[in-house]
Design a protein around this ligand. Structure first.
Ligand code: PLP
Length: 378
């Protein structure tokens, strides 16, 4: 059997161990230290626009703290893009709040501005204005931010950007994660850069950042004994993990280039295959890091569906995966309100994510191309 080709696997740059050794040498084996500060400062420089970043234990933790800082409490409603990973929505329920799911639109696969406004006005008619809107930049593709921001402003609702998959993506030249009141990043093992596990909260003021640092380190008041006036969390990133992050930041731009090259590779393969479209930017306003490359298969034209292709790839030890199953179709969220039509459902039915790692070799690519071409030729 040929070696496994993964959808997206970690890809170290080389200097990660150097930063970890520094942490050991100085005995900074703790959820604070020079690597944490260094990683935060690397991210702040990368994101520009006077951004402040708090490094945390996960992207999920970052979303949870963003909701807390937006004042979301039990009984509140929070709007969330339905087509996403469950981690976008789960923290809403940690607060005892209610997720209200909204459909995608077909250009970016992200939250549909029309369905978003419909959801807001309908919830307000029911007597409740949503406290926040969670917008996701799926697979690295920026959402339609101008339209979404205009709606959020009109109704005075905070935007939380889930940029877990979109570090390095830009919309009209501005970094994803820096548009909302808060943004979140993830450095989980499968993301474009990884710290093995980790995340960050992207803030616009030092005060918001310090609040996140305070809450993520058990909310200890300033006193010689342990004194608490708030409920705290253990969400801070460790200095060891942050060392991996510093090494990864040195190679982020090259990782983005490689992922984008994988997307071009698929554009090329599918150019001659009728009935299959590769997900790409709708215009020059959008720059995707192409964290994952994905396709839509029109079964009416090809006579084949995404599950057939997934199994054909698996036969050759190549991993692929259907798109995120929308949250409004998940058993756990079956009672949550939903606004939209069938865009996300349709994408889920037809879509498949293909191997997209920055470490795939030419040989890997040839193997993938061979299986795909053979599959559609039959
Ligand atoms: C990975 C991911 C998260 C969660 O990040 P973790 O660091 O794994 O907690 C949240 N949202 C989206 C869209 C993701 O892909």
């Amino acid at each position: 059997m040929d070696d496994k080709i993964w959808l997206s696997s970690p890809h170290m740059g080389g200097n990660e161990l150097k930063y970890i050794h520094e942490a050991f040498d100085a005995n900074w084996v703790a959820p604070l230290g020079p690597n944490v500060n260094g990683f935060e400062s690397d991210l702040e420089k990368y994101l520009k626009q006077n951004i402040k970043v708090a490094a945390l234990s996960s992207g999920t933790a970052a979303l949870h703290l963003a909701l807390i800082e937006c004042g979301v409490v039990a009984g509140d409603e929070v709007i969330c893009q339905s087509m996403t990973f469950s981690a976008s929505a789960n923290p809403i329920t940690y607060q005892g709040a209610i997720p209200v799911f909204v459909d995608s639109e077909s250009d970016t696969w992200n939250i549909c501005p029309i369905a978003l406004e419909e959801a807001i006005t309908d919830r307000m008619t029911n007597g409740k204005k949503p406290k926040a809107i969670i917008v996701v930049h799926l697979y690295g593709m920026p959402a339609k931010m101008d339209e979404i921001i205009a709606i959020a402003k009109k109704y005075d609702i905070a935007i939380i950007e889930d940029a877990a998959e979109a570090l390095g993506s830009t919309y009209k030249g501005k970094n994803c994660g820096t548009f909302g009141k808060f943004g979140i990043l993830s450095f989980n093992g499968n993301k474009i850069i990884t710290t093995s596990g980790g995340g960050a909260l992207v803030c616009h003021t030092e005060e918001d950042k310090q609040k996140a640092v305070f809450l993520s380190t058990q909310a200890r008041d300033n006193a010689p004994h342990y004194q608490h006036t708030h409920i705290g969390y253990n969400y801070r990133m460790s200095n060891i993990v942050a060392g991996i992050g510093r090494g990864q930041m040195e190679v982020l731009d090259s990782r983005i280039q490689s992922r984008r090259a994988m997307n071009s590779f698929y554009q090329h393969i599918f150019a001659d295959i009728e009935g299959v479209t590769v997900f790409k930017e709708p215009s020059d306003d959008y720059f995707s890091n192409h964290w994952l490359s994905a396709i839509l298969i029109d079964e009416k034209i090809t006579g084949k569906n995404r599950e057939d292709l997934r199994l054909a790839l698996l036969d050759h030890n190549i991993e692929s995966r259907p798109l995120w199953k929308p949250m409004h179709l998940q058993p756990v969220f079956k009672d949550s309100p939903y606004y939209g039509n069938k865009v996300a459902e349709n994408l889920f039915d037809k879509g498949l994510c293909l191997p997209s790692g920055s470490n795939l070799t030419t040989e890997d690519q040839n193997r993938i191309a061979g299986v795909i071409k053979n599959f559609f030729a039959k």
